[in-house]
Ligand binder design. Structure first.
Ligand code: TXA
Ligand code: MG
Length: 338
C-alpha cells in the first residue's frame, strides 16, 4: 500500500476504513502504528495476522485525551492521573485494570489494558474524528525493527494494511515508555524517551523493574525483539577496529558500523554511520540506521557501545534486543555463519 499524505480527506477515509474493521498505518511521535478499532475483535485479529504476532501479546490502545481513560480502565489510581496530566499527549503508555468490555483480543487475554495519548497531530486528529480507541502495535512484522517513516510501513507490511497515512518521520523514533500501574507497586515495563527518573520525579516513588514472569506478557521485553536481518554485535571501538582490520572473522563479509567516532576508515565492504552523542538524537536515528544497513545488505552490523547512563536506557534496551555482545561470540578467528 503506497502511503498517502495525511490531509483532512485522507484522515476521513482512514476513519471510514477503521469503522469497517480495516487496518490503517498511522504516524505517532514514537514509531508508526498498525491501527484497528479497539472495540472490534475481528479487526484486532487482523492486526495479529498482518504482523505475524502471537495472539497473547497485548496491544496498546490509543485514546484522544486523558478523559477517555475511564472508558477503558477501572480502579484508576491517582498516580495514573498524575502521569497522564504530566506526560500526555506523549510517549508514555500506562497499564491499568481494564473495563469489562475491552476485548480480550486487545489485551492478549489479560485483565489489564495499556493506554496512551500519542503526541502527533495526525494521530490525534484521527482519534478525534474516529471518536474511539485505536489499538495499534508498531507497524512492523513480528520481531522486526519498528517503522519510523511511512515508507517503512509499506516495506514491512505491503498490502496487508488497507491504508498508510504519511505524517512524516517520527520525532522520537523509539517506542513509548511503559509503566504498569495495575498492581500494588508501579513498574517500568519498557524504557523509552521519558526516563525512569522523570517518572519517579512526578510520582515521588521509585519504580520496580519487571520480573521474568511478567516479561512473558510484555513481548517488548523479550530478547531479540527488534532485530535487523543482519547479524548484529555490540562492540567496543577497539573491537570494531580489529574486526574491520580482518583480525577476527575470516571471509568476505560486508560490514555495517554504528559508531560515535569519525576516524574509522571506510572501504567498499564497510558502510559506516556516525551516530549522535546525544541520546535523544541517537534514539531518533537508530531504527532508521539499522534499516539502512539491512537495505544495504550488510552481513554483520557492528554497534559501538553507547554510554550506560539513565538517558541512554531506552537506546541500550533496544540495542540489547537487536544485538549480541561481541564478548559472547566466539572471537577466535572462526568463520561465522551469518
Ligand atoms: O510507542 C509505542 O508504544 C508504539 C506506538 C505505535 O504507540 N506502539 C508499540 O506497540 O510499541 P507494540 O505492540 O510494538 O508494543 C506494545 C507493548 C508490548 O511490549 C506489550 O507487551 C505491552 O505494550 N503491553 C500492551 N498491553 C499490555 C498489558 N496489558 N500489560 C503489559 N504490557 C502490555
Ligand atoms: Mg513493536
Amino acid at each position: 500500500m503506497v502511503p498517502v499524505f495525511a490531509d483532512e480527506q485522507a484522515i476521513q477515509k482512514a476513519v471510514e476504513l477503521l469503522k469497517q474493521g480495516r487496518l490503517v498505518g498511522l504516524p505517532t511521535e514514537t514509531v508508526y502504528g498498525l491501527g484497528a478499532d479497539a472495540l472490534n475483535p475481528e479487526a484486532v485479529k487482523r492486526i495479529f495476522t498482518a504482523k505475524g504476532r502471537p495472539a497473547d501479546h497485548p496491544l496498546i490502545v490509543h485514546i484522544p485525551d486523558k478523559s477517555a481513560l475511564e472508558d477503558w480502565a477501572i480502579d484508576i489510581p491517582e498516580s495514573a492521573w498524575k502521569l497522564a496530566e504530566h506526560f500526555w499527549p506523549g510517549s508514555l503508555t500506562i497499564v491499568l485494570k481494564k473495563q469489562p468490555d475491552v476485548p480480550m483480543e486487545v489485551t492478549g487475554g489479560q485483565n489489564t489494558v495499556a493506554l496512551r495519548v500519542p503526541n502527533h497531530p495526525v494521530a490525534l486528529s484521527l482519534l478525534r474524528v474516529f471518536g474511539g480507541g485505536i489499538a495499534a502495535p508498531s507497524a512492523n512484522r513480528f520481531c522486526r525493527i519498528s517503522p519510523t517513516q511511512a515508507s517503512h510501513v509499506e516495506e514491512e507490511l505491503g498490502d496487508k494494511v488497507d491504508m498508510i497515512l504519511d505524517g512524516g518521520a517520527c520525532q522520537v523514533g523509539l517506542e513509548s515508555t511503559i509503566v504498569d500501574l495495575s498492581g500494588l507497586e508501579p513498574r517500568l515495563l519498557r524504557p523509552g524517551q521519558i526516563s525512569q527518573t522523570e517518572i519517579e520525579a512526578v510520582l515521588q516513588i521509585s519504580l520496580e523493574l519487571p520480573n521474568d514472569r511478567e516479561k512473558i506478557h510484555a513481548p517488548g521485553a523479550m530478547e531479540l525483539h527488534y532485530a535487523p536481518d543482519a547479524h548484529t554485535l555490540l562492540c567496543s571501538i577497539e573491537q570494531i577496529k580489529e574486526i574491520l582490520a580482518g583480525q577476527v572473522y575470516q571471509g568476505n563479509y560486508k560490514f555495517g558500523v554504528l559508531t560515535f567516532k569519525k576516524e574509522l576508515q571506510t572501504s567498499v565492504n564497510t558502510h559506516i554511520i556516525i551516530m549522535s552523542a546525544d541520546s535523544k538524537s541517537y534514539g531518533h536515528d537508530l531504527y532508521n540506521a539499522l534499516r539502512q544497513l539491512d537495505n544495504a545488505s550488510v552481513d554483520i552490523i557492528l554497534v559501538e557501545y553507547p554510554p550506560k547512563t539513565d538517558d541512554w536506557a531506552a537506546v541500550n534496551d533496544r540495542l540489547k534486543k537487536a544485538a549480541k555482545q561481541f564478548t559472547e561470540m566466539d572471537n577466535r578467528k572462526v568463520k561465522i555463519t551469518v
